[in-house]
Design a protein around this ligand. Structure first.
Ligand SMILES: Nc1ncnc2c1ncn2[C@@H]1O[C@H](COP(=O)(O)OP(=O)(O)OP(=O)(O)O)[C@@H](O)[C@H]1O
Ligand SMILES: [Mg+2]
Length: 365
C-alpha cells in the first residue's frame, strides 16, 4: 500500500502536563439515542464548562455504530449547535462498533517513523480488514524496560466508509471535524480529566444500544469491549409487556411517569436486564483477574443514560464486591450556574462523559 493510502486517525495525546494549548475541540458524542455536545475551555485553574446540551435522534439514525440517516443526524446537530449559540466549528467525534478494531501488539523498539513504516507494511497480519479499506493509527505505549527492548503498541483500524460517512455529514452540517477518536479512549480521557490517572478502574458506559467496558490499569487500557446490550432493550420489553408505544415506555422506564399497578412487573424487567449487564462486567473482570491476579480493581465507574437506573450502583457493588460510583465528568471543571443550570447538569452528567472526554482534545494550531 502506498503512502497516500495511509491516513492517520487521532489517538489520545500523551500525558504531557506542561504542554498546554489554548484551544480545545467541541466534544460531539453521536449516540444511537441522542447527540451530546460539550464545550470546555482551558484556563490557568483547569477546565471551564462553556456549553453543554443534548438532543434526541430519530429512531434508526444509527446502526451498529455507523450512520444510517446522515441527513437527519446532521439536522439534529445543526439545531443543537444553534440552540446553544456555539460559534466554534472544530469538532471531535468518536466511533465504536464493528467498524473499528483496537489491538495491542508487541514490537521491537523503533523510532516513530520506523514504526509508521512497519505498521503500514505489516498491518494486514494484525487486522482482519482489507488494508485499503481502513484508516490506521497507532500509539507507542513505551512499555520497554532496561532489559526488554520490546514495546506494546496500540493499533487502531477503522473502516474508511464508516469514518467518511461521519466526516461528510459533519462537513455538510458546516462543521470541521478535527479528531476521530475511539469511544473507549474518549471515556478514559474524560476519566483522567476528572479523577487523575486511571489506576485499576473499570469504566462501564451503558448507552441505549450498547455497553462499553474498559478496564484500565496504570493509565493503560487492558481490555476494551463493546457489548450489544443497553437501555433501549428495556424500553422495548416495556413496550411489549404492556402493549404501549415508545414514548410511554421510555417515561415509565426513566421514572418520568409512575404507575403503581405496573410497578412489580417493571421491577422484574429491570432486575433481569441489570443482571445481564453485570454478567458482562463480571466476565471482563474474570478475564482481567486471570491475567493480573494481584492487581485488585479499585472501583467501577458507571456512565451513560443506562447508568441512571435507580439502585444500579448498589446492585453492581453487591454483585461484584467492588466499590461503584456514577461518573461525574465535570467534577474538576469550573461551572457558571447562571449559564448552565445545576439541576440540568446533575441529571445529564452521566450521559455526558464521552462528550466531555472529546472536549478535552486540543485543536492543532
Ligand atoms: N433514568 C433512566 N433510567 C434508565 N434508562 C435511562 C434513564 N435516563 C435515560 N435512560 C436511557 O439511556 C439511554 C440514553 O443514554 P445515552 O445517551 O448514554 O445513549 P446513547 O449514547 O445515545 O446510546 P449508545 O451509546 O448506545 O449509542 C436511553 O435508552 C434512555 O432511555
Ligand atoms: Mg453512547
Amino acid at each position: 500500500m502506498g503512502k497516500s493510502g495511509f491516513k492517520k486517525l487521532s489517538l489520545p495525546p500523551l500525558h504531557l502536563p506542561f504542554f498546554k494549548r489554548q484551544t480545545l475541540s467541541l466534544g460531539l458524542d453521536i449516540g444511537s439515542h441522542a447527540v451530546k455536545l460539550c464545550e470546555l475551555a482551558e484556563t490557568a485553574e483547569g477546565y471551564q464548562l462553556v456549553a453543554l446540551g443534548s438532543a434526541l435522534l430519530p429512531p434508526d439514525s444509527l446502526e451498529d455504530g455507523a450512520l444510517h440517516d446522515p441527513v437527519a443526524v446532521g439536522k439534529v446537530i445543526t439545531s443543537l449547535i444553534s440552540n446553544l449559540n456555539i460559534k466554534h466549528k472544530k469538532v471531535a467525534i468518536s466511533i465504536s462498533g464493528y467498524s473499528v478494531i483496537v489491538k495491542k501488539i508487541n514490537l521491537a523498539v523503533m523510532t516513530e517513523e520506523e514504526l509508521e513504516k512497519h505498521i503500514e507494511s505489516e498491518a494486514e497480519q494484525y487486522i482482519p480488514f482489507d488494508i485499503a479499506d481502513v484508516y490506521l493509527d497507532f500509539h507507542d505505549l513505551k512499555t520497554n524496560t532496561a532489559t526488554e527492548n520490546r514495546t506494546d503498541v496500540m493499533l487502531v483500524a477503522a473502516k474508511r466508509e464508516v469514518v467518511d460517512g461521519y466526516l461528510d455529514m459533519l462537513r455538510t452540517a458546516g462543521l470541521q471535524p478535527v479528531v476521530v477518536d475511539v469511544d473507549a479512549f474518549a471515556l478514559e480521557n474524560a476519566f483522567e480529566a476528572s479523577y487523575g490517572l486511571a489506576d485499576n478502574v473499570v469504566l462501564v458506559d451503558i448507552g441505549a444500544s450498547k455497553m462499553n467496558i474498559n478496564i484500565i490499569s496504570h493509565g493503560a487500557s487492558i481490555l476494551a469491549r463493546d457489548v450489544v446490550l443497553g437501555s433501549r432493550q428495556l424500553t422495548e420489553q416495556i413496550e411489549n409487556l404492556f402493549g404501549i408505544g415508545f414514548a410511554e415506555a421510555e417515561a415509565l422506564k426513566t421514572g418520568e411517569m409512575v404507575s403503581e399497578e405496573k410497578r412489580e412487573e417493571l421491577a422484574g424487567l429491570f432486575a433481569n436486564t441489570c443482571s445481564q449487564w453485570v454478567t458482562e462486567v463480571k466476565r471482563a473482570l474474570d478475564f482481567y483477574y486471570a491475567n493480573h491476579p494481584d492487581e485488585k480493581i479499585a472501583k467501577i465507574v458507571l456512565s451513560g443514560g443506562g447508568a441512571k437506573i435507580q439502585g444500579l450502583p448498589d446492585f453492581f457493588a453487591k454483585e461484584t464486591d467492588i466499590a461503584v460510583e456514577i461518573f461525574s465528568p465535570f467534577k474538576q471543571a469550573a461551572v457558571d450556574g447562571r449559564i448552565i443550570d445545576p439541576a440540568y447538569l446533575k441529571s445529564i452528567a452521566p450521559e455526558m462523559a464521552l462528550a466531555a472526554g472529546l472536549a478535552t482534545r486540543p485543536v492543532e494550531v
